[in-house]
Ligand binder design. Structure first.
Ligand code: 13P
Length: 257
């Protein structure tokens, strides 16, 4: 059975105290209500809160992830954070290839593949994002765009390395817009991605791959989205900034498990 995952991408939000409160509230709620067994919950706060997040969640079944990682190993790269640094802080996951990083920080497919390789070198599990912009969908190029994004990056990995990553399909037009892909639109793309994986890495690799949906997923629509057979959970932005809503989404993933 595939692992269901709900990961909260906090993006550039919260101060230290607010972050502390949010993490504390999330683990308290999960403790009270119980976390569904087959669902992994991952919190991805900004880098500067990772240590605190790790400390608070140490005794709870919650993982911590980073939102980014450098494509370089170490050295004169002012402002960058390496995979080895994250590993040394017991971080298990890192988001790579988010559309905001591709757009605002000009991260190319080549850079993203380097980042994935760096993450793997330090045993971090990449949450690798892909997804089309609205213009692509309007001219029915969305399948082609996502295929290209994967072929230029994670499909270049060995089968073994490919097994150690999570894919997140995030249609850019749905991110932060309040416009969610319909469950059918999400399912159609997730099925397409799984089929591409089957052709490239075999049926077993495809069947085992966790593919998350991201883009205006919230407490209200998560159940419907996660009920789709190829949607294995979500990468959540805005709705992960409220404890109640994030935990509601974790439970929605449990219901679909
Ligand atoms: P929203 O949930 O705010 O649309 O963001 C999704 C996202 O970008 C998660 O990485």
């Amino acid at each position: 059975m595939r692992t269901k995952i709900v990961a909260g991408n906090w993006k550039m939000n919260k101060t230290f105290e607010e972050a502390e409160d949010l993490i504390t509230d999330i683990i308290e709620l999960l403790d009270e209500q119980g976390k569904p067994e087959h669902v992994d919950a991952i919190l991805c706060p900004p880098y500067v809160f990772l240590e605190m997040a790790g400390d608070i969640t140490a005794d709870y079944p919650v993982f911590i992830g980073a939102q980014n990682v450098s494509q370089y190993e170490s050295g004169a790269y002012t402002g960058e954070i390496s995979a080895a640094m994250l590993r040394s802080m017991h971080i298990d996951f890192c988001i790579i290839g988010h559309s905001e990083r591709r757009k605002y920080f000009h991260e190319s497919d080549e850079m993203l593949l380097d980042k994935v390789k760096m993450a793997h070198k330090e045993n971090l599990v990449p949450i690798f994002c892909c997804g089309e912009v609205l213009q692509d969908r309007e001219v029915s190029r969305h399948f082609e765009v996502v295929k290209q994004q994967l072929e230029n990056t994670v499909f270049k990995l060995s089968a073994e390395d490919f097994n150690t990553l999570i894919i997140a399909y995030e249609p850019v037009w749905a991110i932060g817009t309040g416009i969610t892909a319909t469950p059918e639109q999400a399912q159609e793309m997730h099925f397409f991605i799984r089929d591409l994986i089957a052709r490239k890495f075999g049926a077993e690799a495809a069947a085992e791959k966790t593919i998350l949906y991201g883009g205006s997923c919230n407490g209200k629509n998560a159940t419907e989205l996660f009920a789709m057979p190829d949607v294995d959970g979500g990468l959540i932005g805005g709705a992960s900034l409220t404890a109640e809503e994030f935990v509601q989404i974790v439970h929605a993933a449990g219901a679909g498990a």
